[in-house]
Design a protein around this ligand. Structure first.
Ligand SMILES: [Mn+2]
Length: 351
């Protein structure tokens, strides 16, 4: 059950040292909402001591976020440090994390500190944890929810707004909606984005950092995957790309460098389901799923690939070789052949 904004306000007012957590393999929404929350707490009418953390190193395309370099990386800390952090902070805020286990190296320690845990999330497959909750599966992103809180707190003059906050929040709206293209882009999302622009977010600058300004090796890598590692299965209206570990090593990829590939695969005409199979380590395959229209990528991921996510964007993993994963995928797809036969949008002719 959600807490009221008034209750959450009181929780923050009553705390002094706040630890900020989010999910493993950070994305624009987890990084944007966490960093925005960090700025809000520092600008609070009674300023808080906030510790901004990420479970893993941020991908390069997010390292420009205002003051994000002040963040600590959990996977680089000792067990003692993590233990110390969970004890010495009197409030722990966990953002964009549907399962407590997804908060990374600190997750096992959180079990004993649920009484000081505030959770803000928008995932449909959310498993409740913590003491205070602000969850809405209708929201496009956690940044949309943090915006809702921030607008309220701003109206109540509980903190001093700055453009860094607007920039961070706009970033999560942008990335979780694929640049305001996906199904989750609602009137509320666009209204929130407009308000963030009025409060200092610069759409062109943010889009530049997120979608342009790409190191050349990443584009060459993308080109190689699309040319040599892509398979289109018209009978399933599905296309998938294989990303072997050897290829990632050859291009010296950094964390997050493969995340955009699946969105390119989904651009193919006639494709309702796009998949990438990335060999993270030998016998550890990470899959990303994107769908257009009604096909529930999250149900596919949950049922067959030890994963989950949103209807049109999900992930999973298999502990097999890349070849075995491909064979398994092709078997699974057979069961969905009928379900994948649809036109995502009616083609209307304009007279
Ligand atoms: Mn999100």
């Amino acid at each position: 059950m959600n807490n009221t904004i008034a209750q959450l306000t009181k929780v923050i007012d009553n705390s002094q040292k706040v630890l900020i957590l989010s999910h493993v393999r950070p994305d624009g929404d987890s990084a944007g909402s966490s960093t925005a929350f960090y700025h809000i707490l520092k600008q609070w009418h009674t300023p808080k001591e906030a510790t901004l953390t990420f479970p893993d190193v941020l991908p390069a395309f997010l390292q420009w976020l205002p003051q994000v370099q002040e963040a600590k990386v959990l996977s680089e800390q000792s067990k003692e440090t993590l233990k110390c952090w969970t004890q010495e902070h009197d409030l722990i805020v966990c953002l964009d994390t549907s399962l407590m286990e997804r908060s990374g190296a600190i997750a096992p320690l959180l079990k004993n500190h649920q009484n000081k845990l505030l959770v803000i999330d928008h995932h449909k497959d959310f498993s409740p944890y913590g003491r205070w909750l602000f969850h809405n599966a209708q929201a496009s992103s956690t940044c949309e929810l943090v915006s809702q809180l921030a607008f309220h707190w701003h109206d109540q003059q509980l903190f001093t707004w700055n453009s860094a906050i607007a920039t961070c929040l706009y970033t999560g709206l942008y990335t979780d909606t694929g640049g305001f293209r996906f199904r989750n882009t609602s009137e509320q999302t666009l209204w929130t984005a407009a308000k963030l622009v009025s409060l200092g977010a610069e759409p062109q600058k943010i889009a530049y950092h997120l979608t342009q300004n790409t190191p050349l090796y990443r584009l060459r890598f993308l080109g190689t995957v699309l040319k040599d590692f892509l398979r289109f299965l018209p009978q399933y209206r599905t296309a998938y790309a294989m990303i072997p570990r050897s290829l990632q090593l050859a291009f010296q990829l950094q964390p997050g460098d493969t995340s955009e590939i699946v969105d390119y695969v989904l651009r193919i005409q006639g494709v309702n389901l796009a998949i990438t199979l990335r060999e993270e380590e030998p016998n550890k395959i990470r899959l990303s799923f994107r769908s257009i229209g009604d096909f529930p990528a999250n149900e596919l991921a949950k049922k067959h690939f030890n994963g989950g996510g949103h209807k049109n964007a999900a992930g999973g993993e298999l502990n097999t070789s890349l070849q075995e994963a491909e064979t398994y995928l092709l078997n699974v797809l057979q069961q969905y052949q009928n379900q994948l036969q649809y036109e995502p949008y009616e083609t209307t002719s304009i007279a």
